[in-house]
Structure formats: C-alpha cells, structure tokens
Ligand binder design. Structure first.
Ligand code: DGY
Length: 423
C-alpha cells in the first residue's frame, strides 16, 4: 500500500470514529442524530463491533448491556428503546403505549446483537472483562433466542415477523402484498418527522405508514402479549433474513456456550431447525430465498436482498449460493454498489427509496461475511473493497442510491461508520 493509501485509511477510520462519538449517548449509540434519536435493537449489533474495532471495548459491551437492560420478561428485546424523551421521532412512546419501563416499542428486530456479543467475547483481549460481560448478559441472550424459538415460529419452522418494522427492512417490496391486507391507522393524519430531514422520495410512503400504524394499533389493542402476536397480528410473515440472523445468533451463542461451561444443546437445536427452515423457503424456479406470507400461505416477491442474507446463517448449499451470486452479478450493471435491496429488473425497484433498491453497508457486510464463511473468499473481499470505496467517496450515509452510489437517507449513520471500522 502506498503511504497515500495508508493515510487515506487512517483518515477514513478517524472520520468513522467521529460519527460514532457524535452519536454516542449515555451508554448507547443512536443510529443517526435527529432522524433516529433512541437506541435501535439491531443497529446495536454492528455499532458494538465498531466500538470494539476502535479499541473502545467498554463502550462496545455497554452498548449491548444497555439494550438487554430493556428486555421484556418474556425474553423479547424491543426494536426501539426510548431512553430519552424527544420530539424528533414519530411514532413515539405514547403511540406504542406499552407501559414498559424504560419506555419501548412492543415489537422486536433481528437478533444481530446476539452474534455481536459472541464476537466480542471471542475477540476481547481482556479475558476477565470478556468473561464478566458475557456472564452478565448470558441469561438475557439465551432468553431472547428462547422467546424467538417459542413464540415466533412459522409453518416451516422459520421465524415469523408481525410487523414490517421487525424485519429491519421496513418497506422492502416483498411486504407490499401482505401490507395491503393490514388495517389502516384510525387517524389518517400522520405526524411524520422523518420527512423533515430526509427527502420524502427516499422514505416509505404515507400509504405504507398508515398501515404500519394500523398494525401497531391492533397489537396495542391485543395488550402487547408477546406470546400471542404471531397469532393475532394482521401481518405475519416467515422472513428469510430474520430466520438467518436468528439461526446464526443461536449457533454463535452455542459456540461460546462451550467456552463458558453452559449447555449449547438448545441453542444448537434451534440453529439447526432454523437452517432447515431456510431450505424450505428456497424457491428453486427463482433461484432465491423468499419470505412466506403465513396468513395467505404464499411465498412473497419480488426478489430482495433479504433472500440473499440467508448466506449469513451459514450452511447454505453451495449450488444455491452460486445461483444467487450469479444473479447478483447480473444485477451489477444496473446497480453496481454491492447488493441492491431489490431486484433492479422488478417493477417495484426504486433506486432511492429506503429498502426498495438502495445499497446498504449492513447488507453488503452480512452477505460478505456469509460468503467468507461459506468459502467464497474472493466475493467477500470484492464486497468489502467496493463498500469501503463507496463510504470513502460518499460518506457514512444511511444508504446509497443503487444506480449512482450517491449517499442518501440519514447522514453520519452509525452502522455505516461502525462497519467501516470493523471491516
Ligand atoms: C423508522 O422509523 O424508519 C424505523 O426504521 C422504524 O423502526
């Protein structure tokens, strides 16, 4: 590497760390100033890895501990923890009305922080701290996986999400069809704050928001019973990416269980079942994994990044990975920045609108890591290099126009910065 190249890397790392520091609050890190002013569940996973990569181990562990301190008695970890009151965000705690302390939403997100806890445990050079932190978190991590395994199983044994927000890929086009069957909010007036900072064309539509809120109202009316949500929600989808992330979380935790003298068997069992469920979600005609609408008993399209995130689980048949990567190569002419979140040839593809096309650092990283673990080292390196080139050029944006690479959505986005550090 030339000295110019080395100084560029140092500069990129310094800028990434500055983003995390700027978004750091008391023991947790907001995804982006203003736009997302609380702690988000799955964001905490990559954020913790970013702190660790910067050598800030205490901040890394605290990020995860803080999230778990908001866990519900059932084991469910909420998708947002409203640590401070703030007018910048809608829907806030009064819309959710969960009566939890601290105030939280009443739905979850993919359990990516579980895999981060396992990764921190393996990598932390201070072994006493690693053991103490993992011990403090262990019951919560196991209870989280236990709740998913118990309360969120679909007909194929995969994981059921009861709201598009639970996927983390809020407005992915594969939710369009089930969302049309969801009730709309009783109050058609929306207090949206997101479109004050981000162009409305880059965010979910009002049409979608009315249904997001309609599902929240239904779940609220059902009393936020986290054992019953999969039965009562008007939206119930067995999701590929959530299942893959849960499978990997359980297997990562099973690995460290052996090191700390805990029983890996229930974790390994769930990981195996979730991986088997992914196999059932494979669509051999499409050559892609597809989520499944539990209410209407039908696989969902179009092809989205969530299907490819299956590789993060590990253990996906090589012939299937080959077929997906071949298709991804075909998409690269139209959308050359790693993994577009939707098939660019699908009518629903929108290169700028949130999860309907743009490239995301997290998705590229999940796919690259899954590829590396499945023996596709060259592909992993290619995704790493192109993602780092993207952030170096366009900044630590929330997402990137899939056709131009322009940074859009929120700026100074924590996981884009954190994964730059970790990568
Ligand atoms: C948002 O507000 O856009 C979040 O993604 C919902 O969790």
């Amino acid at each position: 590497m030339t000295s110019r190249g080395a100084s560029d890397v140092v500069d990129l790392r310094a800028r990434a760390l500055a983003v995390l520091v700027g978004n750091h609050r008391a023991g947790y890190t907001v995804p982006a100033e203003g736009l997302y002013p609380y702690q988000w569940c799955w964001d905490s996973g990559p954020i913790a890895l970013g702190w660790a990569a910067a050598g800030k181990w205490d901040d890394a562990w605290t990020e995860l501990l803080r999230l778990l301190s908001a866990q519900w008695a059932s084991g469910m970890v909420p998708h947002i923890v409203f640590w401070e009151s703030c007018d910048d965000y809608f829907p806030g705690p009064e819309v959710w009305g969960t009566s939890h302390t601290p105030p939280t939403t009443g739905i979850t997100q993919p359990p990516l922080p579980v895999s981060s806890a396992a990764r921190l445990f393996v990598a932390d050079p201070d072994r006493d701290r690693a053991r103490a932190m993992l011990a403090a978190m262990w019951p919560g991590l196991v209870a989280w996986i236990g709740w998913i395994a118990r309360a969120r199983r679909g007909p194929h044994g995969g994981c059921v999400i009861v709201h598009p927000w639970e996927s983390g890929m809020d407005n992915a086009p594969c939710w369009d069809a089930p969302l049309e069957h969801a009730p709309t909010a009783s109050d058609p007036h929306l207090e949206r704050r997101d479109v004050a900072t981000v162009a409305a064309a880059h965010r979910p539509t009002d049409h979608d928001y009315r249904r997001y809120l309609g599902i929240v109202e239904r779940l609220r009316a059902a009393g936020w019973d986290t054992e019953e949500q999969a039965a009562v929600s008007p939206f119930a989808v067995e999701d590929v990416a959530f299942t893959a992330i849960a499978a990997r979380a359980a297997s990562d935790l099973g690995q460290v269980a052996r090191d700390v003298g805990e029983d890996p068997a229930p974790l390994d069992r769930f990981a195996a079942e979730a991986r088997a469920a992914l196999t059932a979600l494979w669509d051999d005609d499409a050559g892609w994994f597809r989520p499944y609408d539990v209410r209407r008993e039908a696989p969902l399209g179009p092809l989205t990044a969530g299907g490819l995130v299956a590789v993060w689980a590990g253990g996906v048949d090589a012939a299937r990975v080959d077929r997906m990567l071949e298709r991804l190569d075909g998409w690269a002419t139209a959308a050359p920045f790693g993994v577009p979140t939707c098939d660019p040839t699908a009518p629903a593809f929108d290169p700028e609108r949130y999860w309907r096309g743009p490239a995301w650092v997290l998705v590229n990283w999940l796919v690259a890591d899954g590829c590396a673990r499945s023996g596709y080292a060259e592909r992993a390196e290619q995704l790493r290099a192109s993602t780092l080139a993207l952030v170096a050029r366009a900044g630590f944006s929330e997402y990137y126009d899939a056709t131009t690479g322009q940074g859009i959505g929120g700026h100074g986005f924590s996981w884009s910065a954190a994964l730059t550090l970790a990568w």
